[in-house]
Design a protein around this ligand. Sequence first.
Ligand code: SAM
Ligand code: SF4
Length: 352
Amino acid sequence: MTAVDLGIPLVRRTTDTSARPDTPQLVDRFGRVATDLRVSLIDKCNLRCTYCMPAEGLPWLKRAELLDTDEMNRLIRIAVEELGVNTVRFTGGEPLLRQDLVDIIAATSALPGHPKTSLTTNGINLGGYAEPLVRAGLNRVNVSLDTLDRDVFKRLARRDRLDDVLAGLAAAKTMRLEPVKVNAVLMRGINDHEPCDLLRFCIERGYQLRFIEQMPLDAQHDWDREQMITAEEILDRLSAEFDLAPDVAERGSAPAERWLVDGGPATVGVIASVTRPFCSACDRTRLTADGQLRSCLFSTTETDLRGPMRAGADDTELIRLWQETMWAKAAGHGMDSGEFAQPARPMSAIGG
Ligand code: SAM
Ligand code: SF4
């Protein structure tokens, strides 16, 4: 296996932190440039997916801890106007629970260069929101759908909301938030018998399905590598019913490896963050709902932007903090190293 297979950038690491080149872009020591901003708008959620959070939920951030609309818009503006970000994805928690979501998307879409915008959602409120979101300039959605079986949904997400998710997906298609992508996480003994059904369902409706390997980012720290359904296993199961051929289209920084299904044009993707990490091509920078910058999903350190912002920091200072945070980005998530530690902040509060 090569370093690239392991997700380790080939660019040699320099320990000279003063060597950051004089560029406004969000560069790191390995030559990567972050152009994709992932914003978590809220940590709360109306589902309780077992791979994400416990049944009782979590101690949610208080209102005063969340960035308000102006603070959120200011940081997104800085990222786009000053730091070279050209894609902004909104997530959470459940971003459709954030009251000012449409305003934030409208403000983002109106920025110079019109960054591409997308939303990662559980789809529950998408039926009612799809139209105003499109009017605000939203380009795309990713909807999470792990099962087509109502009982399995109730067990996996601990809420009886499958019909709302399906309605949300249909609304996204009607409103042309395309390509409509569907994210699915498979859990052993719960929904791991469904990959072929999910793929057939998505192909029939023109959705692009991507399976995500379960990651050690659950709030309850229950993740067990032995139990995880690997990319290899997913592909084996799909191959029993479909003819899969690697999609030769340039992957770029896309996290999903794609396969043409039965000769195409339909495709299926697998995001193998655990078994086939893609850190060497990562172009992400992350902002949490409480104004913390993260250079990686798996970062164990964060940079506070909310404190300086509320203390009166000007844009120049916030730009410097952002550039320094990204310059210090680690080569990879290091899950295979003995030193790996799951971040204290769970996926729902980082923004997946
Ligand atoms: N609530 C929204 C949703 O579910 O789409 C947005 C936030 S959720 C954290 C974003 C994505 O992360 C979802 O597709 C979800 O399935 C995925 N996710 C959550 N916990 C995960 C985990 N431990 N491993 C892999 N994916 C996970
Ligand atoms: Fe909520 Fe998304 Fe986590 Fe499920 S994966 S509990 S929908 S934040």
